[in-house]
Structures are given as structure tokens and as C-alpha cells.
Ligand binder design. Sequence first.
Ligand code: ADP
Ligand code: MG
Length: 729
Amino acid sequence: MSTLRFHAIKESLKHKPVEVDEISDKRSKLYGAKVFNSNALRNFITDEAYKAIQAAVDHGTKISHSIADQVASGMKAWALEVGATHYTHWFQPLTGITAEKHDAFFEPVGPGNAIEKFGGAQLVQQEPDASSFPNGGIRNTFEARGYTAWDPTSPAFVMGTTLCIPTIFVAYTGEALDNKTPLLRALQSIDKSASDVAQYFDKNVKKVIATLGWEQEFFLIDSDLANSRADITLAGRTLLGHSPAKGQQLDDHYFGSIPSRAMAYLRDLEMECIQLGIPVKTRHNEVAPNQFEIAPLFEEANLAVDHNSLLMDVMNKVAQKHNFNVLLHEKPFAGVNGSGKHNNWSLSTNTGVNLLAPGKTPMSNLQFLTFFINTIMAVHKHADLLRSSIATAGNEHRLGANEAPPAIISVFIGEQLTRTLDNLEKVSKGELTPEEKTDLKLNVVGKIPYVLLDNTDRNRTSPFAFTGNKFEFRAVGSSANCAVPMTVLNTIVSDQLRSFKKEVDSLISDKKMKKDDAIFNVLRDYIKKSKAIRFEGDGYGDEWVKEAAKRGLNNIKSTPEALKAKVSKSTVKLFADHQVMNEVELEARHEIELEEYMMRIQIEGRVLGDLARNHIIPVAIRYQNILIKNVTGLKDIFGAEYKTHAKEQLDLISEISEHISGIKVKVDEMIDERKKANNMSDAEEKAIAYADKVKPYFEEIRYHSDKLEMMVDDEMWPLTKYRELLFTK
Ligand code: ADP
Ligand code: MG
């Protein structure tokens, strides 16, 4: 056995569950202990400053310099009490992860004296040295630098000894350089559009917030085992490895009891999350061995996005203590389930109503149906854009693969609501007759049960499913920053609601229709128009691929293809109309994502070439030499008859040769394709070359290597095997 693999297995066997102080009765007391939330605000800042922050959160009003100074001084006092020594502007650059640059509060003032300094100026704005963050040429074009600016809608928190202040990251010319800025703009847009529509039903609605509840899936792999494989450490996933004799076919991991080492980790992680104000609630095993899920209570979307980014960071930090590597990659292992991050999404009013939950009266149900049908219509109109919002190198492996939603966007709504929409579709055009109205009230709208959360009526194969009181966008990848799909979803629904209002208003004013009649007319129209996007069957089956093609729905498998929708004419117009992103910002993002894709495939290609040529081939040759020696030995003993004794060996020798040469030829061809692609200067052309010309070799090279894994003496095999990675508890 290679020394690396041997050492890794030996070390992994020493790892025991790490002791965690379970203070279960104190969870509620610890909740938010490290967050500068409204409790802390009340204790540490003036009433005036508190009100100003509330107004900024609720209405987006500006905060004055003197208020910022008051907030900063309170924030500093609180943070020092919680143990912070440094502060940082915490932001989400376009790399998808979080970034921070720490400055000490400590500041020397004159010889031998020092103070803890942090004022409004430090709170409100900072200039990180951001030249190395991807910006898709925005900063070069405008020769402008970026700065971070405080986002008062997401509370500051202390992680370790650092006060983290959530911020946006923008260029001096105003273009967004991060994931949060467009999200905040999209949320502002949907607040306006949804409030306007909700006012048809209730004049008291002044504000609508989007809510998000994510479910984070991930793998936990022993760190010594994971670190023994270059593909895991460099690419975040395995590029080689034969399936183990036992995979997930027994389904014995799903909802089974959590292994004790993982349990200790999850408990520790939860304690950290709770103190940071992340309301984690659920934890369970997932389908694949060593795969888990953690989910919080839903929150306002911007806060939920921050909390998910923070969670991914905390997961890695806590894992070190427990000798685990967290794999957030969408497909770390071939042949077993990948990981997703379901985005549960809804809209909620300042009056406390979930706009995607059926109500108790026909009127509230009409409101529900309005938002429900508009969402379906939005997905129908912008399916390609929605698809592009989840397009990454990692997710490309997952969509359409084992137990993952297909790359075809469709909406599942369940039997009951399908019937409701079928009935609504039948209402006559124009004014409704009194009989029709009574029928609608009693038999259609009035018949939607208040509680739709029927678990039997669930379709887990749909990429976008209605689940009783929210939509669940299931195609989001596990490593994604939720801000990206959430920006798109909220913008398309906002746009749809805006069109809806226009249409209804014009029926009321031009055709003198009654409000309810106008609403029914437009909804009926939408039900007809958006029918193609609705699918209730098995999204994993081949039948659906054919059926979807017949319906004219796209099935965009490749990432560079999917990304095209990010800069299409209609997208540019959509985002401009809602002031979410301008064309420069969209182009910049498109380029960054193409580059990111290309670089990921490039890294994988390099690692794969190295592993196959420098690790697998030499071992295969060494083993083959043992066989050859054996055959010559048999020849010495048996003379001409040796062949009957050496038949298996001879077969193996030639098979090994075949696979060795297979690897050699394919790796050489792959390198040639990589060279060609690297010479291309256009980002899209290059990404397409990597997708279509380079990446297909991965499977071919893997095929030969995985065959060799089954032939070569287990003792000699250099790479830690799937069974060792996946079944270590
Ligand atoms: P599942 O069967 O998918 O686990 P749950 O009811 O447990 O369904 O909810 C899953 C996720 O949906 C949780 O993260 C939860 O917070 C979230 N969720 C529930 N209601 C809403 C809502 N109104 N808006 C957004 N997310 C929600
Ligand atoms: Mg779910």
C-alpha cells in the first residue's frame, strides 16, 4: 500500500468523537449571544440611533453621520464585551465565498498610550485591498476602486475575536462587485411589486419581504483520508475511484441514526450557529453514506443568505477540530447522490400573511392564487434565466444525475391545485356571471384547504415544487451562494407581478370591469399560457426528457450554454427595468462565471492527468512486473506447458497494458485539447472548449483507472478507496 494511503487509514482509525459540552437547556439562552441584534442594540445604543436603524431596515432610509457614530460606539462597546479585538467588513465577493480583512480596534495614541478606536467612519465605509477579487473587468474599465459599505439590514456579529460587519461591495462608479448588492435591489423591487398587488386584497399591506429557508447538504469525510487524495484537496471532489461493493442501495443511511463522530460535529456546529443567530433546527443523515443535511427556520431572504454564507464558513472551521473535511461540492463521488441546497421561498407581508399560503376565506384564497399563479408564470417566462442562476461546474454533474433534479426547469404543484387551476381556466372571458361567481366561491377558490401541507402529495423529483405554503427551488447546488438564484427568482416574480397589476388595472379602467373579474380574467390567461412549465410526473425519468422536448422546454446541460441567458437581450432589459443590474454588471458577472467554470475544469484536468500518469500508471506497471516475474517463473518450472498455469496472469498482463495505454493516450489527447483551449482569448469560446473538448476525457480516463483499481493488488493501490472514504464512521 502506498505510504500515504496507509498512513491516512491508520490515522483515521485513531479519530474518536470530539467531546462537546452539550448545554441543551441553554440553547435558547445562547441564541444570538454573539449577534448585535435588537436586544444588544437596545442596551448599547441610544433610542434615537435605535429608531434610525429600524427605519433603515424597514424603509431603507439613510443613516446620518452622527447616528453612525453613535451606533459604532455602541457596537464597539458590545463587541469588546463579547471578546472582540478586531473588526472587519464582511462581504461576499463574486468568488462565492466570504471575504474579510481584519483591523484592530487598538490604536496607539502618543507614547505609552492606546485606545480602542472604532467610529462611524469605520463602520460605514472601508476600502478593502480588493484588486485580487474577480470583477469581470469592471474595475479596469472604470479605473475605479471598490469599497465596502455597511448593510444595516443584516446585524453585525462576533466570530472568534472579530467583529464582522455585513457589507455590500461596490465600485466607486456604483457597479456591484458582490452578490449581496443585486440581491438587495431585487428584494426592494419585489417589495414594491408585491405590495402593490397585495393591496388589491388588503389596503393595510405596506411592505412585503421575501423569505428564504435553505437546506444545506454536505459530506463529512475524515480529514486524513480526504487529505490523502489530491483530487479532493485541490478539486473538492474525487476524479477517480471505483464504486464500493456497498453504496447507498440499502438506503440504510437516510434518516438512520447519526454516527457518533458526525453527531459530535453537528452538535458543535449547531452551538456555534445558535450563538451567531443562525436558527438551525433540523439535522439528519442524507441518502449517501457520510452525507448529511442541516436546515434552519426560514428568515428574511437577505439575512438567510448571509446566514448560509456564514454557515459554510463555520462548517469548515468547526470541522478542523473534529478531524473532518466538509465537502460542499455538488458531486464529490461518482455513483452516489450529490449534494444540493434547496431554497424554500415565499413572500410575507408586514401584516403577517404568507402570500403563498392558502387562507381561510375565498378572498384570501384569491390572493394566494394570484401570487401562486404569477410565480408559475414568472418561471415559465424566465425558465432559462432561472436555469442560468444555478449553472456552475459542480452543479453540472448533479443536474440530471442520480437522485437530482433534471436540467429542465418545470414546476410541480400537486393534484389538488392542478384541479383548482383546471377549474379556473374554465371561467368565461370578460365579466363573470353571478352563477359563475357563486360557483367559484363555493367550489373552486373556497375549496382550497387551509392546510395544504400533505406530505403524500410531494414530488421530490421536481426542480421547482410547491410544497403547501412556499415554493422549493431544489436545483440549487450545495456550494452555491443563495444570493444568485434568489436575485433571479425575486426579480422575475417582481416583474411578473408588475405586468399583472398593469393588466388588471387596465381591465378595470378601460373595460370598466370589477376588480375580482379583472383578476380572474388575467389569471385564467396566465394558467393557459404557462401550462407547458407544469409537470407532475417523474422528473428523473427519460420519458420526461422526451415530453419536455415536445413541449418546447429547454434542457440545457452544459454550463457555458446555460450561462448565455445571463446576458440575453431580455435579461438585460429585465434587470434594467428593476434596477437590479445594468448591462456592465451583467456582462462582468457572465465573464467571471465563464472563467470560474473554465478554471475549475482546468484544475480538474491537471489533477486528473497527474494522478493517472504519476500515481496510477507506475503502480499498474509495478504490479504487472510482479505478474511477469510470476509467468517467467512458471515457465522455468513447467517449460512448454506453462501457459495452462499462467493463463489468468497472461490475460491480466495484457489487460493491464491495454488500460495503461488507454490512460496514456487519453491523457495526451486531453492535454492537447487543453492547450488549444488555453490559446483562445474569448472567455465564452474558451469555456465551451473546456466543456465540450476537455471535460469528456475525464470519464474515459476514469474508466481505465477504475478498471485497473479492480485488477491491481489492493496492497499496492495508491489512492484511498471509495469504501475507505465513505464508510469510515
Ligand atoms: P421539508 O419536508 O422540505 O424538510 P419543511 O417544512 O421542514 O419541509 O421545510 C423545509 C424548509 O422550508 C425549512 O428550512 C423551513 O424553514 C423552510 N420554510 C418553511 N416555511 C417557509 C416560508 N414561508 N418561506 C421560506 N421558507 C420556508
Ligand atoms: Mg426540502
